[in-house]
Design a protein. Structure first.
Length: 247
């Protein structure tokens, strides 16, 4: 769910005017339209996996659009999690629990809109503003394409990127991204995923990172479906030491 606080500003102004006329006295203090817009995003967030709605946060991109995200865990390392197309922030709930269990922060972001790259970059900024000293971006399928494209445009660079079953192009250009992305990267797909495995090989070949790893397990599973014990172990090791995990 995303919105813009500018719409809320108009609503707030109309409410203030109506309230002043009705009371005939001093106008009440006008509401904060930006805060109202952020609260609306949180109230409307599709997050059935979140037991404590207080863990939901509103992420604002450079266009001042908003989207919902679920933040869990603590620590100096933050992990942005980007879901597949037609899914939502709860898709990463299992892995987010593993991340939090290792003493890290997980931020699962609703990136269903076309400006998903900007929201992913805003999520990186959100974690850094909250004190994260190391930030990783992890995505599956469309989210994997978005993860690579977003990370390629972040300054200072992120500490690592994971892309699972990413198309080369899906609302962003992963080919162009890996050709300039210097951060450590894991690119994975099921070996039996046909075109997604081919895309993983192509992206790995184009990658200019000094620390890159291609992972093609014998599987038909797609995106987050690749998160078995072996993949989880690899990704958690990557968060601890990207260079060693990609050696």
């Amino acid at each position: 769910m995303r919105t813009t606080w500018r719409t809320a500003a108009l609503v707030a102004l109309a409410t203030m005017v109506i309230g002043t006329g009705a009371c005939g006295g001093q106008p009440a203090s006008p509401p904060d339209p930006a805060a109202a817009a952020r609260q609306r995003v949180l109230d409307d967030a599709d997050a059935p996996c979140v037991g404590d709605r207080g863990q939901l946060v509103a992420i604002e991109n450079v266009k001042h659009d908003l989207t919902a995200a679920w933040q869990t865990g603590q620590g100096d390392t933050g992990v942005v999690l980007l879901h597949q197309a037609d899914a939502g922030l709860c898709q990463w709930s299992g892995f987010a629990g593993l991340v939090a269990g290792k003493g890290h922060r997980a931020l699962s972001v609703d990136v269903n809109s076309r400006d998903a790259v900007e929201f992913a970059q805003a999520a990186v900024a959100h974690l850094r503003a909250g004190g994260a000293k190391r930030v990783f971006v992890v995505g599956a399928s469309r989210g994997g394409t978005i993860a690579l494209a977003a990370a390629a445009g972040v300054t200072p660079p992120v500490d690592g990127v994971v892309s699972l079953s990413a198309p080369t192009v899906y609302d962003a250009d992963a080919r162009a991204a890996v050709a300039k992305l210097s951060a450590p990267v894991i690119i994975a797909a099921g070996a039996n995923e046909a075109r997604f495995a081919d895309a993983a090989r192509e992206l790995h070949g184009l990658s200019v990172s000094a620390h890159k790893k291609l992972v093609l397990p014998d599987s038909y599973r797609h995106g987050v479906g690749l998160l078995d014990d072996a993949m989880n172990t690899l990704l958690l090791a990557f968060l601890a030491d990207p260079a060693a995990a990609t050696a």
